[in-house]
Ligand binder design. Structure first.
Ligand SMILES: CC(C)(COP(=O)(O)OP(=O)(O)OC[C@H]1O[C@@H](n2cnc3c(N)ncnc32)[C@H](O)[C@@H]1OP(=O)(O)O)[C@@H](O)C(=O)NCCC(=O)NCCS
Length: 146
């Protein structure tokens, strides 16, 4: 499958919100993504198929000299084709180009797919945040230091 990763544009926001709804039990709304878009400290990338369809996205918040990954998601049909990893690489490259020193994120301890993607990219687990996603649903905290 052919695809390319680009910084997001305003016309991508509805497609991002649609993927978000497909992928998460508590999705961010279209309005939330509009607010992200207006915030110069937020950096998002989209993966688009050869036909121009948004098939994945991810973004981070630039806080001091760290990047906090907000989310990464790929439409179900486009998974296991390297799209999530390609979006993550774009975020890492962007963070490096901004002089950021480290990236961090929280991920559900039971989310094997996301954990595999982050670990493949070199992120290391630094511990658990108990009850982060609900009672008895801890988050793993990951860091990638440049
Ligand atoms: C997590 C997610 C973004 C991964 O996207 P993806 O495009 O399928 O990931 P990739 O194709 O780049 O996968 C890279 C590697 O990660 C591992 N991996 C990916 N999905 C996996 C799965 N379901 N189970 C085990 N390993 C998996 C594999 O090693 C894979 O390489 P391989 O296919 O060559 O074996 C996608 O599953 C998704 O959108 N999930 C729902 C939303 C979500 O949970 N986001 C993360 C929030 S923190």
């Amino acid at each position: 499958m052919e695809y390319a990763v680009h910084p997001y544009e305003i016309e991508d926001l509805q497609h991002i919100a649609d993927i978000e709804k497909e992928c998460f039990a508590h999705p961010w709304s279209y309005d939330s993504f509009c607010m992200e878009y207006a915030d110069k400290k937020k950096h998002y990338y989209v993966a688009k198929s050869a036909e121009g369809k948004v098939i994945g996205y991810g973004g981070f918040a630039h806080v001091e000299d760290e990047a906090h990954i907000m989310n990464i998601a790929v439409t179900e049909k486009a998974r296991r084709k390297g799209v999530g990893s390609a979006v993550l690489k774009a975020l890492i490259d962007c963070a490096r180009s901004l002089g950021i020193k480290a990236m961090t994120l929280e991920v559900d301890d039971s989310n094997a797919a996301a954990i595999a993607v982050y670990e493949k990219a070199g992120f290391e687990c630094s511990g658990l945040r108990p009850h982060y996603y609900g009672w008895d649903k801890p988050a793993r905290i990951y860091w990638l230091r440049f």
